[in-house]
Design a protein around this ligand. Structure first.
Ligand SMILES: Nc1ncnc2c1ncn2[C@@H]1O[C@H](COP(=O)(O)OP(=O)(O)OP(=O)(O)O)[C@@H](O)[C@H]1O
Ligand SMILES: [Mg+2]
Length: 250
C-alpha cells in the first residue's frame, strides 16, 4: 500500500499566447493518501486533475512544492490506465498483457487470472482490432492490475465509453479492486461515478485548489441501483453545485 504526500504543490504553465497570463494548473494543493484506499479526484475540465497525476508519475515537474510516492520507504511502483487502452495493435491480447512484464510463466499465470476477472478469458489470442472499445479498455485495466503496482493512477478511464459499457466496466473495476485493494487515484469529472467507486473524494475547483474532501463510508462493491449510493450521490452532487469558479492567480 502506497503513501502519497503532496505538500504545497503548485504548477504553472507558460502563457498560451504572447500577451497572455501564465496558466495556473495547480494552485496550492496539500494532500495525503495512504493505504488500501480508492480515492477519486473530481472536478471540472481544466482544474488540474491530469496535471496532478502527471506530476505524481514524474511526467511533469512541480513549479513549487513537493510530492512523494513511496511504499515501505522506497519509491512506489506505479500502474496507469488512461482514457484509451493504448494496446499495441500488432500484438495479441496476451502479448499485450505480457509486454509490461518480464517474469515468464509466472507472468502468464497472473495475466490469465486478471483477464479472467474482467471476463476476457476467451480473448487471449485475439488482436485489439477484433475487440470492442469497452473490451480493449478491460484489457488495459486488467493489465494495469496484473503488474500489481503499489499505486494505480487512472485518468478518466471510462469517459470514452457509452453509458451502458461504462457501467459494466465500473462493476469489473470494483471486482478487481475488492480482490486486490490497491491504492488507487482515480480521476473523473463524474461525481456519480466517484461516489459509487470511492472511499474518499477530493473535489478540485478551477484554479487547481481543493474545494472539498469527502469520505464515503459504504461497503464495497456498490451497486449503481443501491438506494444508499443514490442518496449519497444526490447529496454530493448538491455540494458540487455550490462550487464557484475562482479567479486564477499565478
Ligand atoms: N503541457 C501543458 N502546457 C500548457 N498548458 C497545460 C499543459 N497541460 C495542461 N495545461 C493547462 O493546465 C490546465 C489544467 O489542465 P489539466 O489537463 O490538468 O486539466 P484536467 O482537470 O485534467 O481537465 P480535463 O477534465 O479536461 O481532462 C488547463 O488550463 C490546461 O490548458
Ligand atoms: Mg484530464
Amino acid at each position: 500500500m502506497a503513501q502519497v504526500i503532496i505538500n504545497r504543490l503548485k504548477k504553472t504553465f507558460p502563457p498560451p499566447t504572447k500577451d497572455g497570463d501564465p496558466v495556473v494548473a495547480i494552485g496550492d494543493i496539500s494532500l495525503e493518501v495512504e493505504g488500501n484506499v480508492f480515492v477519486s479526484i473530481v472536478g471540472p475540465s481544466g482544474c488540474g486533475k491530469s496535471t496532478l497525476l502527471n506530476i505524481l508519475s514524474g511526467v511533469e515537474t512541480p513549479t513549487s512544492g513537493t510530492v512523494s510516492v513511496t511504499e515501505g520507504g522506497r519509491a512506489a511502483h506505479l500502474g496507469y490506465v488512461f482514457q484509451d487502452a493504448r494496446l499495441l495493435p500488432w500484438r495479441t491480447v496476451m502479448d499485450n498483457m505480457l509486454y509490461v512484464r518480464d517474469d515468464g510463466d509466472a507472468g502468464e499465470t497472473k495475466a490469465t487470472r486478471y483477464l479472467d476477472m474482467v471476463g476476457l478469458s476467451h480473448t487471449h489470442d485475439m488482436f485489439p482490432g477484433q475487440l470492442s472499445g469497452g473490451m480493449q479498455q478491460r484489457v488495459g485495466i486488467a493489465r494495469a492490475f496484473s503488474v500489481e503496482p503499489d499505486l494505480l493512477l487512472m485518468d478518466e478511464p471510462f469517459s470514452h465509453l457509452d453509458a451502458i459499457t461504462a457501467r459494466s466496466l465500473r462493476d469489473h473495476l470494483q471486482e478487481l479492486w475488492s480482490a486486490t485493494r490497491k491504492t488507487v487515484l482515480f480521476v473523473t469529472h463524474d461525481v456519480v461515478e466517484a461516489v459509487q467507486l470511492s472511499d474518499r473524494i477530493i473535489v478540485l475547483a478551477p484554479g487547481g485548489r481543493i474545494f472539498d474532501d469527502i469520505s464515503i463510508d459504504l461497503p464495497h462493491p456498490r451497486r449503481a441501483t443501491d438506494p444508499k449510493v443514490a442518496t449519497l450521490q444526490a447529496e454530493i452532487l448538491g455540494r458540487f453545485e455550490e462550487m464557484h469558479p475562482a479567479p486564477a492567480t499565478a
